[in-house]
Design a protein around this ligand. Structure first.
Ligand code: BDR
Ligand code: CA
Length: 317
């Protein structure tokens, strides 16, 4: 069983990824850590608690970062993608429970110390919680088994940014934190737009989930309406990339991906901030050797979609 922490700015595709983790037989989900991003920290924490209660998820919820490490990375929340409430503006009841007392970063450190070498973190929002955890515990990279990040874009398969020509949302939203995390030496794999934009879900995919994946499928179908409408407005097709669930798919079945290894730097200033660059100089300007990450460069999208759908169908059993 993989012990997993899910670090999420829980909007629409994050919610799909959370249910993917919840129903994956080999996953022991230990914590859901919220973060600002797709919506405010209040909304993302509420969304985490709401989904936890609705689907009887055992993992504890911890409130993560409310804002980026540096003010210049503050953006408006993308309500035009995820709705005002972050879940496509479907009606949601107020959760009965509340988050735990520890902050998201404190919880990451506490769990990593409790289970050295065993924890996998799936991080699908800003890298702020991870950067804060590193500040609390510099030896965190050695304590973790694996970190899978959804974020960034390296130009493979022709995919570059989605919030600017060169920057992806999770990285642009706190480029400073991302640069710290990617150069920390964590055992980290980046699942970026290079592969998530190759892994598309259409109307038929969501209809099938609605019809065959029980309550989880119905819920995903409902929240996906707003997300599909946004992508249709922008790209002219009623389909969307599978972003955050792709990080879960990598965790469960890395064989669906081709990877490359090398140092990754994030541009933190100027018009290109948020851009992720692979194989930048192996030595930084202060003479320090940069640590390597793995990045996904190609994917078998059919295998990813099948794993996602077949795992969710377990919800109907
Ligand atoms: C990423 O940005 C967010 O809007 C999504 O949840 C995903 O994590 C895609 O760029
Ligand atoms: Ca996300």
């Amino acid at each position: 069983m993989k012990k997993v922490i899910f670090d999420t700015d829980i909007g629409i595709d994050d919610a799909m990824a959370l249910l993917f983790l919840h129903y994956a037989p080999d996953v022991d989900l230990r914590a859901i850590i919220s973060g600002f991003g797709n919506a405010s920290i209040e909304n993302t924490t509420r969304n985490a608690l709401y989904i936890k209660e609705k689907f009887d998820i055992g993992a504890a919820v911890y409130r993560g970062a409310a804002q980026p490490m540096r003010q210049e990375f503050l953006h408006d929340y993308p309500d035009f993608v995820h709705g005002n409430n972050g879940l496509g503006d479907i009606e949601i009841v107020s959760p009965r429970g509340t988050e735990e007392a520890l902050s998201g970063a404190q919880a990451m450190v506490a769990l990593a110390r409790q289970h050295p070498g065993e924890l996998s973190i799936v991080a699908v929002g800003r890298m702020t919680n991870l950067a804060q955890a590193l500040a609390l515990c510099p030896e965190l990279p050695e304590l973790l088994h694996e970190v899978v990040v959804m974020g960034g874009a390296f130009g493979f398969n022709g995919h570059t940014g989605n919030v600017t020509a060169v920057a992806e949302a999770n990285i642009a939203g706190d480029a400073w934190a991302a640069d710290i995390v990617f150069n920390s030496g964590m055992p980290l794999t980046i699942v970026g737009l290079d592969v998530t934009h190759e892994t598309v879900a259409d109307q038929e995919f969501f209809d099938d989930l609605r019809d065959r994946a029980g309550e989880a499928g119905t819920f995903i179908h409902r929240i996906s309406r707003c997300y599909l409408d946004f992508h249709e407005r922008v790209h002219g097709k009623y389909e969307c990339p599978i972003h955050d669930a792709s990080a879960v798919s990598y965790l469960l079945n890395p064989e669906s991906y081709v990877t490359r290894e090398g140092p990754v730097r994030v541009v933190t200033e100027g018009d290109n901030r948020g851009q992720t660059i692979l194989d930048a100089a192996r030595i930084d300007s202060a003479g320090n050797e940069l640590k390597a990450c793995k990045i996904c460069t190609a994917v078998d999208p059919v295998a990813v979609r099948d794993l996602f759908a077949s795992t969710l169908r377990l919800a109907a059993d």
